[in-house]
Design a protein. Structure first.
Lengths: 344, 370
């Protein structure tokens, strides 16, 4: 899936600027036409002596010129962002996981964000695999059958008298194992959805920015255009950057502890179980290697739980804050989260 | 689940101290993300960003000077007012940059003040908070909360998991016991401990609860870990964005998020965590293998039909279990209070810094208090 995204990514990066460039002459044409109309209104207002219309027309011409300036600024920023080596910048702060340092992953922030999201999902999958593996191994823990019937019969001499029972691991263990698997798989599916949204962020950027910049040229659609630009930058630039930053941090943390996700380590771990319990019963020594393994696993689990719960929330809060505030500053204020929740 | 179950077997306080050190000390041997943590927590990482912020503010000042000259030349009053407002905003930005330039020391000062207030309150309360100590930096607060939750909460709770697991094994084995009298393959059988079902259900509930408790005590330090290392970037990015007129409100929102969740949230959590450390001392649920055997034997005697042996082990078990529930309830309450107040504070600061996205809608708690 990752390869498909990255292959598509190369095409999309090329495609990204094309609508922008294709729409650029239209934007210029629209600006010229609107300025022409407003200039006509300006002249007419001067002819009929309506000062208020004249002032209005003057302001509108300034606004259109300002919008045109914005087009150039955004074009410059977009080009700059796409040409920057984000992998190097993030790596200097230790925020790029091992798998994303590979040459096959692009240096732009879209590739970095996609790689991070993919890596995180792979880490969750490994944890699922580990839980499943341990669950399977648990099923090999034998049930102890205690049958005292023969002994009782031989001792008492009463035919047919007997007593038997089973000693087994509590069913609560398997129950919790099942719950953990269900939760992790459910969260994994949601995380994959996040990956798909991230992949679409390029298209959002392309679509909303083009639409927004063009809409800002017309007097009646100016505020709408501002809102679309905020959407474009929020979904197309800020969201991938936040993903690169937050999931990069989580992934690098898991990288440091990745050895604990190895199934071979888990096998040794399960074999150590019996020795551990015997040792604990007799208040015996500690097992440093075993303790390190447990703590590493616990930290990975903690990082993954945070990555599946708090981090998406944090990313969307920051995205909402940006879109709401920035759209208010350059056009019509829109509440992103309300819009999304209404859609859902 | 297995991880926690096995963890319970290897529990010792020193081990869990290393867990917290690994989270909050970049230089510790078990540290997660040692490179990025050092980079993110160091103010030198953000020097360039702050430099850009100052440059932008100065550029804005220059532009404002030109605009003010135009306003004076053409006598445009509204433009003059605009320039004055923007100048004040610019100066405010410079003040913020000056304040955070040395690093996050100011945050540590505010946190130690707030946390020590809460800590002293807990110390003065009878029966709790013996572990409350004075803190002097943000790092102290985060580490102290972690050690309280992990070092006290988890370390105390994990042996209960062992004890309860053993109890479950013993009781289930007894529950499965069948006595048969079938001479000639025909007769009867009965389960003398089939009536242990309610006790097994109670112990199962305790097992689930302690698992939840451990999950909570591990999740909160992990959340604090993310806040401790990731949220400083919101402060610096917020200051940077605040220097640009178009993104000023976004910057204000990010600064509000930082102040509320990096400074206030853990400071409010600190006294609850200290209270937690004090209360666990009084929890006297049997936590060894032999306690499990003793409890099983006592309940066994109670369950024997017509035995007429009515001890109080079940009553004790339920009482102490209720104490454990109340400890967790207080902690959950503490987290909820801290989250609610922090969210309210985000709105208050959002108002102050001109961030419409997080501006309140007249339902704010703090607006009624302040």
């Amino acid at each position: 899936m990752m390869t498909q995204f990255l292959l598509a990514q190369n095409a999309i990066v090329d495609y990204l600027t094309s609508p922008y460039i294709a729409w650029f002459p239209i934007v210029l044409l629209a600006a010229t036409a609107t300025i022409g109309v407003v200039a006509l209104i300006y002249m007419l207002s001067a002819a009929v002596g309506r000062d208020n219309i004249r002032i209005w027309a003057k302001i509108k011409i300034y606004e259109i010129l300002m919008s045109l300036t914005l087009v150039f600024i955004f074009l410059a920023i977009s080009t700059l962002f796409l040409s920057l080596n984000f992998k190097e910048v993030f790596n200097s702060a230790g925020l790029v996981p091992e798998a994303c340092l590979s040459g096959s992953v692009g240096n732009d922030f879209y590739s970095l964000a996609l790689c991070n999201m993919h890596e995180f999902n792979q880490n969750v999958l490994h944890m699922n695999e580990l839980v499943y593996y341990m669950g399977l191994r648990m099923s090999f823990v034998p049930k102890l059958n205690i049958n005292a019937s023969a002994l009782i019969r031989s001792t008492t001499g009463i035919p047919g008298l007997g007593a038997k029972t089973d000693m087994q691991a509590p069913s609560a263990f398997s129950y919790f194992m099942g719950e953990a698997l269900t939760l992790l798989y459910g969260a994994f599916v949601l995380s994959q959805v996040q990956l798909l949204i991230l992949a679409a962020s390029l298209l959002f950027f392309s679509l909303f920015m083009g639409l927004g910049l063009m809409s800002r040229m017309f007097v009646v659609t100016r505020s709408f255009g501002g809102a679309m630009i905020a959407f474009g930058i929020g979904l197309g630039i800020l969201f991938p950057l936040m993903v690169s930053f937050t999931y990069g941090y989580i992934n690098v943390g898991i990288d440091h502890l990745a050895w604990a996700l190895d199934l071979a380590a888990a096998s040794t771990f399960i074999l150590d179980l019996i020795a551990m319990f015997i040792a604990v019963i007799f208040a015996a020594a500690s097992f440093p290697g075993f303790d390190t393994y447990i703590l590493s696993l616990l930290k990975i689990l903690g990082l993954e739980i945070i990555g599946l719960s708090i981090i998406p929330l944090l990313n969307f809060i920051v995205l909402d804050v940006f879109i709401t505030d920035f759209s208010g500053a350059i056009g019509e204020k829109i509440n992103f989260m309300s819009l999304v929740s209404n859609l859902i | 689940m297995i991880v926690i179950f096995l963890l319970s077997a290897s529990v010792n306080a020193q081990l869990f101290d290393s867990f917290c050190d690994g989270l909050f000390n970049s230089a510790a041997s078990g540290s997660i993300n040692p490179n990025s943590n050092q980079a993110l927590a160091s103010s030198s990482t953000y020097v360039t960003l702050m430099g850009y912020s100052v440059a932008i503010v100065l550029a804005v000042f220059t532009v404002l000077g030109v605009v003010y000259a135009i306003a004076i030349s053409f006598g445009i009053q509204s433009l003059k007012e605009f320039v004055k407002t923007e100048l004040l905003e610019g100066m405010f930005n410079i003040a913020i940059i000056m304040m955070i330039a040395p690093g996050l020391a100011f945050a540590g000062g505010a946190m130690s003040f707030l946390s020590n207030l809460g800590g002293l309150t807990v110390q003065n309360m009878a029966g709790g908070g013996g572990a409350a100590t004075s803190v002097t930096s943000a790092h102290d607060v985060y580490l102290s909360i972690c050690k309280s939750y992990i070092g006290t909460g988890v370390v105390t709770t994990l042996p209960y998991i062992v004890s309860i697991s053993v109890t479950m094994v013993i009781l289930n084995t007894l529950h499965n016991l069948v006595i048969e009298l079938k001479p000639g393959s025909f007769g009867f059988s009965f389960s003398p401990f089939g009536g242990l079902d309610p006790v097994i259900a109670l112990v199962g509930m305790e097992f689930s609860f302690f698992m939840l408790m451990i999950g909570f005590f591990v999740a909160i330090p992990m959340l604090l870990y993310i806040i401790y290392f990731l949220f400083p970037i919101f402060l610096y990015t917020g200051v940077f964005l605040r220097s640009l007129p178009w993104t000023r409100s976004v910057g204000g929102s990010l600064i509000a998020l930082f102040i509320s969740f990096y400074i206030v949230f853990p400071s409010l959590l600190y006294p609850f965590a200290q209270y937690n450390a004090g209360q666990f001392v009084s929890l006297s649920l049997g936590n060894s293998i032999w306690d499990a055997v003793a409890f099983s034997a006592t309940t066994l005697l109670q369950a024997v039909p017509f035995s007429n042996v009515f001890g109080n082990s079940m009553v004790n078990q339920i009482n102490v279990f209720a104490d454990a529930v109340s400890i967790l309830a207080v902690q959950i309450l503490g987290v909820l209070i801290a989250v609610i107040i922090s969210l309210d504070l985000v709105e208050v600061i959002g108002d102050l810094l001109g961030a419409p996205s997080i501006r309140s809608h007249s339902k704010r708690l703090l607006s009624k208090v302040i």
